[in-house]
Design a protein around this ligand. Structure first.
Ligand code: AN7
Length: 401
């Protein structure tokens, strides 16, 4: 069985209580399992398909989940990019290959399944885009209503399209993500909607399976796992999962958890660099990587612990560095990701240049969302196709053969 526990004051709560923060001290909650009584057998896991639900003994859902076959994403060896950077073992876990095109699906298959188990018929979130797309698909599958709050004009086109076609009630807020999250949190508290942002401890349970899959796919524990950071939920979730694996004796050491933010939105990086006890919110976050345009990361407390307790680090990359790496991944590796995702690999490049990463490290970058999420940013970066008359001579004079 499992229960909810405050990460700060350690107060515990029944797993059926609907809580998004500790009612005693206000700090974040986490799901805790009685690991001594759990029966987990990696041999049994290996017989199941690689997916979120391979690890169901370490997930909070009791009955059959609302699933669209999330997880089981490819782990690519970045041979060319790695060679250019002087790294022999550089990998990318392509979370853009999930059903809605981002890692959020791992959290939402668990989160929406829990919504049903808790008897909730309306789910809600604030989102820079991907969370809303993912919530929309799982709410559709579950046959329940979804309300999504988006920062007006700052959500990539593909993500808006997904929220709309899958039937979510989408509202644009004249404000940023952080304001939208405060509003939806209040709405859920006052009107009983089920909040599925990453302050929901159940959602993060699904996301921790990224780390489990990496271990299964590599067959060893990498030296470092690098993730883009917005609300800092994903890096916290992966670390939590690894802690459980360590407690269960399934791994012997931690990868150095490494978080990458955009230069215009870097409160976690500042807190790590300046050794602050908590993050100082950025009131005006700005970056081309709209997915991580977040100034008040709600999981910062968990993320700082993840980074510090594993000897990891955090770094910021500029918009230019993000876009250059997006293009490099696309052209040198055939991997199409959205800007926020390219931040993780751009961060590795930068940390190498600063001498903060060793060249013999085995590194896995999580690339979090698919290229097609944000076609407008791509089109702005590339020349449009040349338009010509429909005859062969025009074609031949146009081509660089
Ligand atoms: C592609 O959709 O916050 O650090 O509302 O879409 O766990 O927040 C998205 C975040 C990285 C950052 N990469 O993850 C949202 C939202 C992509 C993302 C992140 C997001 P967290």
């Amino acid at each position: 069985m499992h229960h909810l526990a405050c990460i700060s004051c350690k107060a515990t709560f029944d797993h059926r209580e609907i809580l998004y923060q500790c009612p005693v001290c206000g700090h974040p909650l986490a799901v805790e399992y009685d690991l001594d009584c759990l029966v987990v057998d990696p041999k049994v896991w290996k017989e199941r398909p690689l997916s979120v639900w391979r690890y169901r003994e370490l997930l909070p859902v009791q009955g059959s989940p609302v699933t669209l076959q999330e997880g089981g994403t490819p782990l690519y060896h970045l041979k060319k990019l790695g060679e250019e950077m002087g790294l022999r073992e550089l990998y990318a876990k392509h979370e853009g290959m999930n059903p809605s095109g981002s890692f959020k699906d791992r959290g939402m298959t668990v989160g929406v399944s829990m919504a049903l188990e808790l008897g909730k018929k309306t789910v809600a979130c604030a989102s820079t885009g991907n969370t809303s797309a993912s919530l929309a698909i799982y709410a559709a599958k579950a046959g329940i209503h979804a309300v999504v709050l988006l920062p007006a004009g700052k959500v990539a086109l593909g993500k808006v399209a997904q929220a709309l076609i899958h039937g979510a009630e989408a509202i644009s807020i004249r404000g940023n993500f952080d304001q939208a999250l405060e509003m939806v949190h209040e709405l859920c508290r006052s009107h009983g909607l089920y909040l599925l942002n990453s302050i929901n401890p159940y959602r993060l349970e699904g996301q921790k399976t990224i780390g489990f899959e990496i271990l299964d796919q590599l067959g060893y524990t990498p030296d470092r796992i690098v993730l883009p950071v917005g609300n800092a939920g994903n890096i916290s979730a992966v670390y939590k999962g690894l802690k459980e694996f360590l407690s269960l004796g399934l791994i012997e050491s931690y990868p150095m958890m490494t978080g990458i933010q955009a230069a215009g939105s870097r409160p976690v990086v500042d807190a790590i660099e300046r050794n602050l006890p908590e993050v100082i919110p950025e009131p005006h976050p700005e970056t081309v990587a709209t997915a991580i345009r977040i100034g008040t990361p709600v999981n910062a407390e968990k993320a700082l612990a993840a980074i510090r307790q594993t000897g990891g680090t955090a770094e910021a990359v500029t918009d230019a560095e993000i876009l250059a790496m997006q293009k490099d991944l696309a052209r040198k590796e055939g991997i199409g990701v959205e800007p926020a995702s390219a931040a993780s690999v751009a961060g590795v490049k930068k940390l190498l240049e600063y001498g903060k990463i060793e060249r013999n490290e085995r590194i896995v970058c999580v690339v979090t969302g698919h290229l097609l999420k944000d076609p407008e940013t791509v089109v702005r970066q590339c020349s449009p196709p040349l338009e010509i008359d429909a005859d062969l001579s025009s074609l031949l004079s146009a081509l660089h053969l």
